[in-house]
Design a binder for this molecule. Sequence first.
Ligand code: CP3
Length: 354
Amino acid sequence: MVTKPAPAALGRRDLSTAPLLVAARGGRPSRVPVWFMRQAGRSLPEYRALRADTGMLQACMTPDLTCEITLQPVRRHGVDAAILFSDIVVPLYAAGVGVDIVPGTGPVVAKPVRTAADVAALPDLDAEQVAPVTDAIALLLRELGATPLIGFAGAPFTLASYMIEGGPSRNHERTKALMRAAPEVWHGLMDKLVGITTSFLQAQVQAGVDAVQLFDSWAGALSVRDYRQYVLPYSSRVLGALADAGVPRIHFGVGTGELLGSMAEAGADVIGVDWRIPLDDAARRAGGTRPVQGNLDPAVLFADPASLEAEVLRILDEGRRTPGHVFNLGHGVLPDTDPDVLTRLVELVHSQNP
Ligand code: CP3
């Protein structure tokens, strides 16, 4: 069993009143915590400057660069959490799977996984292979003061889709075909990915992250029946392995309105929600006991200030009718977003009663 080390062991900080952690545990925070998926990245000129000569995966495996990029949005926006700068394919890359992140495209897998032999050839992940990531976490804990650090991983389904399709996919057709045509290959691959994802998250917890998020970004492409049969058992195993880790577990996907009850069954503490359904409705669908995270449409950041404010106040209102609310976007910050709009959004959320 892996548990988060005691603060003293990490020589640091009391986060007992950190709004993110209070809200994630269903308590009453002093203000509504707010952070943004993809808060580090191309919306920030200081990020583009740092990344100019460095590939994405190289940046993820260079601790001082990872640390600095992670801190940029915290300094600039005053968000209530840092999220480790990394990517869902980092553990695959670290384990030796041929994968790259192609600018403007996303993850591309050199040799897509289609057969039982392909699955058998996949490596496991040893914690020392992600030493650059855990070293970056150690650097961050010294810099972050009272701001919690969120670690993350891709969930088995979303990783499996990249591995089977060979890259980003709109329809996930090869993935859905393989589940049915070759269930033993599917289940073998998912089993492998549970191991890699769990090891990656456990390494982050042991290094001292304060919360974790499991990104099942593309799970919303599935019917609820398929989700329950082909995906839920594996996400449950990942989240279950972290049940006693001592950190809140957030579980997020896009377009998951019909899946929220099943995703909640997978066992996370907080359910992330995209913009397609109201937060209070989402919280009910997720069983009515768990805090929720979300759910401003990232495209609304391009609207006029009055429309944006109205949307934020509506979401805060809906958030007050849930067991707990962590303000976020419904998906990642879009690259062309004006970062000053994000800074003002943080100020607005913080100015409102929780
Ligand atoms: O600030 C943060 O939220 C942490 C950074 C983060 C990245 N990737 C950095 C990144 C996080 C949490 C991720 C997770 C991730 N990666 C997910 C799940 C979250 C989601 O968005 O649904 C997924 C599906 C991926 C796969 C991936 N990696 C995609 C689709 C892309 C974008 C491709 C592109 O260029 O538009 C990437 C690359 C990536 N990951 C970038 C960043 C900042 C862009 C790379 C660059 O700056 O050149």
